[in-house]
Design a protein around this ligand. Sequence first.
Ligand SMILES: C[S@@+](CC[C@H](N)C(=O)[O-])C[C@H]1O[C@@H](n2cnc3c(N)ncnc32)[C@H](O)[C@@H]1O
Length: 186
Amino acid sequence: MLYVWIALGVLTTSWVLWNLSLDVLWQPTDRRTVRRMLFLAGVKDGETVVDLGCGDGRFVVSAAREFGARGVGVEIDPLRVLWGRLWIRLSGLRGSAEIRRGDMYRADVSQADVVVLFLSPTANLKLQDRLKREMKPGSRVISYYHPIWGWTPEEVGEGVAGYPLYLYRMGCDETVAGDPRAGATL
Ligand SMILES: C[S@@+](CC[C@H](N)C(=O)[O-])C[C@H]1O[C@@H](n2cnc3c(N)ncnc32)[C@H](O)[C@@H]1O
Protein backbone atom coordinates (compact mmCIF):
# COMPACT_ATOMS: atom_id res chain seq x y z
CA MET A 1 0.00 0.00 0.00
CA LEU A 2 2.88 2.33 0.79
CA TYR A 3 4.15 1.92 -2.79
CA VAL A 4 0.79 3.01 -4.15
CA TRP A 5 0.89 6.20 -2.09
CA ILE A 6 4.48 6.89 -3.12
CA ALA A 7 3.60 6.35 -6.79
CA LEU A 8 0.57 8.66 -6.47
CA GLY A 9 2.73 11.29 -4.77
CA VAL A 10 5.38 11.11 -7.51
CA LEU A 11 2.75 11.29 -10.26
CA THR A 12 0.95 14.26 -8.67
CA THR A 13 4.20 16.16 -8.07
CA SER A 14 5.38 15.51 -11.64
CA TRP A 15 2.03 16.68 -13.00
CA VAL A 16 2.12 19.90 -10.95
CA LEU A 17 5.75 20.61 -11.93
CA TRP A 18 5.00 19.92 -15.59
CA ASN A 19 2.00 22.30 -15.45
CA LEU A 20 4.23 24.98 -13.93
CA SER A 21 6.55 24.64 -16.92
CA LEU A 22 3.77 25.66 -19.38
CA ASP A 23 3.36 29.24 -20.62
CA VAL A 24 -0.12 29.30 -19.12
CA LEU A 25 -1.61 27.67 -16.05
CA TRP A 26 -5.18 26.51 -15.91
CA GLN A 27 -7.63 29.15 -14.81
CA PRO A 28 -11.17 28.66 -16.06
CA THR A 29 -13.24 31.52 -17.47
CA ASP A 30 -16.51 31.96 -15.61
CA ARG A 31 -19.55 30.71 -17.53
CA ARG A 32 -21.22 34.10 -17.99
CA THR A 33 -18.04 35.57 -19.45
CA VAL A 34 -17.78 32.56 -21.78
CA ARG A 35 -21.23 33.39 -23.18
CA ARG A 36 -20.44 37.09 -23.33
CA MET A 37 -17.25 36.42 -25.33
CA LEU A 38 -18.95 34.13 -27.81
CA PHE A 39 -21.74 36.68 -28.19
CA LEU A 40 -19.25 39.54 -28.69
CA ALA A 41 -17.42 37.46 -31.30
CA GLY A 42 -20.75 37.12 -33.12
CA VAL A 43 -20.64 33.31 -33.24
CA LYS A 44 -23.28 32.01 -35.63
CA ASP A 45 -24.91 28.69 -36.37
CA GLY A 46 -22.56 26.34 -38.21
CA GLU A 47 -19.39 28.36 -37.58
CA THR A 48 -16.25 26.77 -36.16
CA VAL A 49 -14.96 28.03 -32.82
CA VAL A 50 -11.46 26.95 -31.80
CA ASP A 51 -10.34 27.44 -28.20
CA LEU A 52 -6.54 27.29 -27.95
CA GLY A 53 -5.71 25.98 -24.48
CA CYS A 54 -9.29 24.90 -23.84
CA GLY A 55 -8.96 23.64 -20.26
CA ASP A 56 -12.07 21.64 -19.39
CA GLY A 57 -13.70 22.59 -22.70
CA ARG A 58 -16.28 25.07 -21.44
CA PHE A 59 -16.01 27.32 -24.55
CA VAL A 60 -16.32 24.29 -26.80
CA VAL A 61 -19.44 23.06 -24.99
CA SER A 62 -21.05 26.48 -24.85
CA ALA A 63 -20.30 27.23 -28.54
CA ALA A 64 -21.92 23.95 -29.59
CA ARG A 65 -24.83 23.91 -27.16
CA GLU A 66 -25.82 27.55 -27.01
CA PHE A 67 -24.64 28.99 -30.35
CA GLY A 68 -25.13 26.05 -32.71
CA ALA A 69 -21.46 26.20 -33.68
CA ARG A 70 -18.88 23.47 -34.09
CA GLY A 71 -16.57 23.63 -31.06
CA VAL A 72 -12.95 22.48 -31.23
CA GLY A 73 -10.67 22.69 -28.22
CA VAL A 74 -6.92 22.12 -28.14
CA GLU A 75 -5.42 21.23 -24.78
CA ILE A 76 -2.06 19.88 -23.75
CA ASP A 77 -2.95 18.53 -20.32
CA PRO A 78 -4.20 14.93 -20.63
CA LEU A 79 -6.32 15.12 -17.47
CA ARG A 80 -8.22 18.16 -18.65
CA VAL A 81 -8.59 16.54 -22.08
CA LEU A 82 -10.21 13.52 -20.44
CA TRP A 83 -12.47 15.70 -18.31
CA GLY A 84 -13.54 17.79 -21.30
CA ARG A 85 -14.24 14.76 -23.47
CA LEU A 86 -16.35 13.27 -20.71
CA TRP A 87 -18.30 16.51 -20.39
CA ILE A 88 -18.92 16.58 -24.14
CA ARG A 89 -20.10 12.99 -24.09
CA LEU A 90 -22.40 13.55 -21.10
CA SER A 91 -23.82 16.66 -22.80
CA GLY A 92 -24.65 14.66 -25.93
CA LEU A 93 -22.49 16.94 -28.08
CA ARG A 94 -20.16 14.42 -29.66
CA GLY A 95 -21.28 15.37 -33.16
CA SER A 96 -20.57 19.07 -32.72
CA ALA A 97 -17.80 19.39 -30.15
CA GLU A 98 -14.39 17.82 -29.73
CA ILE A 99 -11.21 18.25 -27.76
CA ARG A 100 -7.86 17.49 -29.36
CA ARG A 101 -4.91 16.70 -27.21
CA GLY A 102 -1.96 18.68 -28.48
CA ASP A 103 0.15 21.79 -28.49
CA MET A 104 -1.79 24.94 -29.33
CA TYR A 105 1.32 26.42 -30.94
CA ARG A 106 0.98 23.79 -33.67
CA ALA A 107 -2.80 23.71 -33.93
CA ASP A 108 -4.54 24.22 -37.26
CA VAL A 109 -6.54 27.44 -37.17
CA SER A 110 -7.16 27.73 -40.90
CA GLN A 111 -10.76 26.46 -40.59
CA ALA A 112 -11.66 28.60 -37.60
CA ASP A 113 -14.26 31.32 -37.84
CA VAL A 114 -13.49 32.32 -34.27
CA VAL A 115 -10.40 31.62 -32.17
CA VAL A 116 -10.75 32.01 -28.42
CA LEU A 117 -7.76 32.86 -26.22
CA PHE A 118 -7.47 33.08 -22.47
CA LEU A 119 -3.74 32.72 -22.19
CA SER A 120 -0.87 35.04 -21.25
CA PRO A 121 1.06 37.88 -22.92
CA THR A 122 3.85 35.42 -23.79
CA ALA A 123 1.49 32.88 -25.34
CA ASN A 124 -0.41 35.55 -27.31
CA LEU A 125 2.88 36.87 -28.64
CA LYS A 126 4.02 33.41 -29.70
CA LEU A 127 0.71 32.72 -31.44
CA GLN A 128 -0.03 35.96 -33.22
CA ASP A 129 2.11 35.45 -36.33
CA ARG A 130 0.42 32.12 -37.04
CA LEU A 131 -3.03 33.54 -36.42
CA LYS A 132 -2.31 36.37 -38.82
CA ARG A 133 -0.87 34.05 -41.45
CA GLU A 134 -3.34 31.18 -41.25
CA MET A 135 -6.74 32.51 -40.26
CA LYS A 136 -9.13 33.36 -43.07
CA PRO A 137 -10.29 36.90 -43.87
CA GLY A 138 -13.29 37.92 -41.80
CA SER A 139 -12.58 35.42 -39.03
CA ARG A 140 -12.28 36.73 -35.49
CA VAL A 141 -10.01 36.35 -32.49
CA ILE A 142 -11.42 37.00 -29.06
CA SER A 143 -9.00 37.26 -26.17
CA TYR A 144 -9.90 37.47 -22.50
CA TYR A 145 -7.85 39.74 -20.28
CA HIS A 146 -4.69 39.91 -22.45
CA PRO A 147 -4.57 42.06 -25.59
CA ILE A 148 -2.55 41.09 -28.64
CA TRP A 149 0.39 43.44 -28.83
CA GLY A 150 0.42 45.71 -31.84
CA TRP A 151 -3.07 44.71 -33.03
CA THR A 152 -6.01 47.09 -32.94
CA PRO A 153 -9.20 45.59 -31.53
CA GLU A 154 -12.42 46.12 -33.43
CA GLU A 155 -14.22 46.18 -30.11
CA VAL A 156 -13.36 45.95 -26.41
CA GLY A 157 -15.97 44.43 -24.12
CA GLU A 158 -15.99 43.53 -20.48
CA GLY A 159 -16.22 40.20 -18.70
CA VAL A 160 -18.49 39.86 -15.67
CA ALA A 161 -15.58 40.49 -13.30
CA GLY A 162 -14.77 43.71 -15.16
CA TYR A 163 -11.76 42.38 -17.09
CA PRO A 164 -11.46 43.30 -20.76
CA LEU A 165 -12.45 41.22 -23.78
CA TYR A 166 -10.57 42.09 -26.96
CA LEU A 167 -12.18 41.33 -30.33
CA TYR A 168 -10.00 41.34 -33.46
CA ARG A 169 -11.08 40.83 -37.06
CA MET A 170 -8.65 39.14 -39.43
CA GLY A 171 -7.87 40.25 -42.94
CA CYS A 172 -8.49 43.81 -41.92
CA ASP A 173 -5.40 45.98 -42.36
CA GLU A 174 -6.01 48.13 -39.30
CA THR A 175 -6.17 45.07 -37.03
CA VAL A 176 -2.72 43.67 -37.60
CA ALA A 177 -0.82 46.59 -39.05
CA GLY A 178 1.23 47.23 -35.91
CA ASP A 179 4.56 45.70 -35.02
CA PRO A 180 3.68 42.72 -32.80
CA ARG A 181 6.85 43.17 -30.77
CA ALA A 182 6.28 46.86 -30.07
CA GLY A 183 5.91 47.33 -26.35
CA ALA A 184 5.89 43.62 -25.66
CA THR A 185 7.69 42.26 -22.64
CA LEU A 186 8.24 38.56 -22.21
C1 LIG B 1 -6.04 30.05 -18.51
S1 LIG B 1 -6.47 28.38 -19.03
C2 LIG B 1 -7.88 28.72 -20.05
C3 LIG B 1 -8.80 27.52 -20.17
C4 LIG B 1 -10.06 27.78 -20.99
N1 LIG B 1 -9.74 28.33 -22.30
C5 LIG B 1 -10.99 28.73 -20.27
O1 LIG B 1 -10.97 29.91 -20.62
O2 LIG B 1 -11.69 28.28 -19.35
C6 LIG B 1 -5.16 27.99 -20.19
C7 LIG B 1 -5.11 26.54 -20.62
O3 LIG B 1 -4.09 26.43 -21.63
C8 LIG B 1 -3.50 25.16 -21.51
N2 LIG B 1 -2.19 25.19 -22.19
C9 LIG B 1 -1.04 25.76 -21.76
N3 LIG B 1 -0.06 25.59 -22.68
C10 LIG B 1 -0.61 24.90 -23.71
C11 LIG B 1 -0.11 24.43 -24.96
N4 LIG B 1 1.15 24.66 -25.34
N5 LIG B 1 -0.96 23.77 -25.78
C12 LIG B 1 -2.26 23.55 -25.43
N6 LIG B 1 -2.78 23.95 -24.25
C13 LIG B 1 -1.98 24.64 -23.40
C14 LIG B 1 -3.41 24.94 -20.00
O4 LIG B 1 -3.24 23.58 -19.68
C15 LIG B 1 -4.75 25.54 -19.54
O5 LIG B 1 -5.73 24.54 -19.49
